[in-house]
Write a protein that binds this ligand. Structure first.
Ligand code: PEP
Length: 253
């Protein structure tokens, strides 16, 4: 059985003190959660303080992005060693906002995936189509290209450590959620692409999250789908009670 993974992506929200408060509230809310892996991704600025708050608890730290170089003249960026030092267990890579606003490509996603794995940290690799791509019949080709690009020259052993997050761009932050059926069908297709690259065992073991306006009210239906193994949550992760509502839906499975 694949373990559910519910990850909160705080994006560019919360000051350092607000982040510490939210992390404390989440630690308290999920202290009895046993089956579901709980992950939070604060801003770079707040990450070290949040790491202190969650140390020794069942909440894990993710970082929202890294640069693939080790160090040097890359203003505004952080390296994998920096996030490793503070205990990050996951790095979100290829989020659609990175792709849309900050020139992320399948090539840079691949460089970051390999750098993250080499450091012993697990990538959460985001993929997803725009509405025009879906309506234009390009859903499968877009997703297949993104998955194959992300895993280029990644061994099966390393791929097995990765999490995929299927996030239809049209559902992110819009309040428009994919139907249970749309999400299931698409995620089954994504798993078939992983199978084409790595075979059955890696494909069946890989966790694929759904992301895009997931909330306590729609989480149970989505998480009941065979190929949905958790959620990458934006808006609903910014409050402990709504984040916990989604975790409860996973725990109830
Ligand atoms: C996200 O940005 O990864 C996301 C899923 O956001 P939201 O839940 O707000 O749609």
């Amino acid at each position: 059985m694949r373990q559910y993974i519910i990850a909160g992506n705080w994006k560019m929200n919360k000051t350092v003190s607000e982040s510490v408060e939210l992390a404390k509230a989440i630690v308290e809310a999920v202290k009895d959660v046993k089956k579901t892996e709980v992950v939070i991704a604060p801003t770079y600025l707040a990450a070290a303080k949040v790491a202190d708050v969650i140390k020794g608890t069942n909440v894990k730290l993710a970082i929202q992005d890294i640069h693939w170089k080790d160090q040097g003249a890359f203003t505004g960026k952080v390296s994998v060693d920096m996030v490793k030092e503070i205990g990050a267990e996951y790095i979100i890579i290829g989020h659609s906002e990175q792709r849309q606003y900050f020139h992320e490509t399948d090539e840079t996603v691949n460089l970051k995936v390999k750098k993250t794995l080499a450091a012993g940290i697990k990538p959460i690799i985001c993929i997803g189509e725009t509405l025009d791509e879906r309506n234009g019949g390009k859903l499968e080709s877009v997703l297949s290209t993104q998955v194959k690009g992300a895993f280029k020259d990644v061994s099966a052993e390393d791929a097995a450590k990765c999490v995929l997050a299927y996030e239809p761009v049209w559902a992110i932050g819009t309040g428009v959620v994919a139907t249970d059926e749309q999400a299931q069908d698409t995620q089954a297709f994504v798993r078939s692409v992983v199978k084409e690259i790595y075979g059955e065992a890696v494909a069946e073991g890989m966790r694929i999250q759904y992301g895009g306006s997931m909330k306590p009210g729609n989480a149970a239906g989505l998480l009941a789908q065979k190929d949905i193994d958790g959620g990458l949550i934006g808006g609903a992760a910014l409050k402990a009670d709504t984040f916990k509502g989604i975790i409860d839906a996973a725990e109830a499975r």
